[in-house]
Design a protein around this ligand. Structure first.
Ligand code: CP
Ligand code: NVA
Length: 315
């Protein structure tokens, strides 16, 4: 498998086999790190980390992942550079592309990311946009694989804001890899039809089932219950209406019990606002694997950088 030189903008651009390869590479890099072995697969590479929005996990995953493999990360926050204000995105991309070997971008518009990718001339990686958060999905899939030994055939229920970057990206990733995906949300927050249609196609190919529902009973038989904040970065003005709308969709002990399976796990991309989308007792319970997911952000992001920029496993 050769992903050298590729951008990582959404999982739409990656086949099931390519995603599986990234997960295998992540597991190998994780095992190596646990043994105290770091590589030089990114030796001498300079990596720009552009952040219009704040971040704990993604920023630290890129920094640590890059350093572990010999690269030099440089953080460029929203007030540090002129991106989109005094200098166009295309010009910024061409300047950074002359100096850096790879560029991560976290921000608002997905089109900004696409423009960076168009002009940079080096791999561009999505660290989250309003529409997609694909590196998070790799971490989630790796966590599920570690926990269940496989992902294909699992029943995955995402509950909450069915229209945000997490819902969109989980739908793509799960249906591509043969995971039965349910989006459980009030109708006004259902995913957009165009993306549902696309994911129906992925599901058909992989043998998965995609369900969109507003009925809480849809959690029955879930192996994974996953939620995200009710108010994403950039939509703070919607807080009041979202809380009202999503209250019935809180992940609490009653909801976890409704799956009918003792083995159901709880997942969340974090940061979590406890008492809203999830109760403290579920978050802290033995069923919660949220910190495994958080750690796996680093191993999977490292794998994306190694595969697209470095000496991969088979190069
Ligand atoms: N899950 C995630 O992307 O976390 P951060 O916002 O802290 O990067
Ligand atoms: N939907 C959340 C994800 C955070 C990782 C947000 O965009 O704020």
């Amino acid at each position: 498998m050769n992903l050298f030189g590729r951008h990582f903008l959404t999982l739409k651009d990656f086949s099931r086999e390519e995603i599986a390869y990234l997960l295998d590479l992540s597991a190998k890099l994780k095992a190596d790190k646990k043994k105290g072995i770091n590589g030089d697969r990114l030796k001498g590479k300079n990596i720009a980390l552009l952040f219009e929005k704040p971040s704990t996990r993604t920023r630290c995953a890129f920094v640590v992942g890059a350093r572990d493999e010999g690269a030099f990360p440089e953080y460029l926050g929203k007030d540090d550079i002129q991106l989109g204000h005094k200098e166009s995105v295309a010009d910024t991309a061409r300047v950074l592309g002359r100096m850096f070997d790879g560029i991560e971008f976290r921000g608002f518009k997905h089109s900004t990311l696409e423009e960076l990718a168009k002009y940079a001339g080096v791999p561009v990686w999505n660290g989250l946009t309003d529409e997609y958060h694909p590196t998070q999905i790799l971490a989630d899939l790796l966590t599920m694989k570690e926990h269940f030994g496989k992902v294909e055939g699992l029943n995955f229920v995402y509950i909450g804001d069915g229209r945000n970057n997490m819902a969109n990206s989980l739908m793509i990733g799960m249906t591509k890899l043969g995971v039965n995906m349910t989006v459980l949300a009030p109708k006004t927050l259902w995913p957009l039809k165009e993306l549902v249609d696309l994911c129906e196609g992925y599901a058909k190919t992989s043998g998965a089932k995609l369900t969109i529902s507003e009925d809480i009973d849809a959690v029955k038989d879930a192996d994974v219950i996953y939620t995200d904040v009710w108010v994403s970065m950039g939509e703070e003005d919607k807080a009041k209406e979202r809380i009202e709308l999503l209250k019935p969709y809180q992940v609490n002990i009653d909801l976890m019990n409704k799956t009918g399976k003792e083995s159901t796990i709880f997942m969340h991309c974090l940061p979590a606002i406890k008492g809203y989308e999830v109760t403290e007792d579920v978050f802290e319970s033995a069923k919660s694997v949220v910190f495994d997911e958080a750690e796996n952000r680093m191993h999977t992001i490292k794998a994306v950088m190694v595969a697209t920029l470095g000496k991969g496993d088979d190069k």
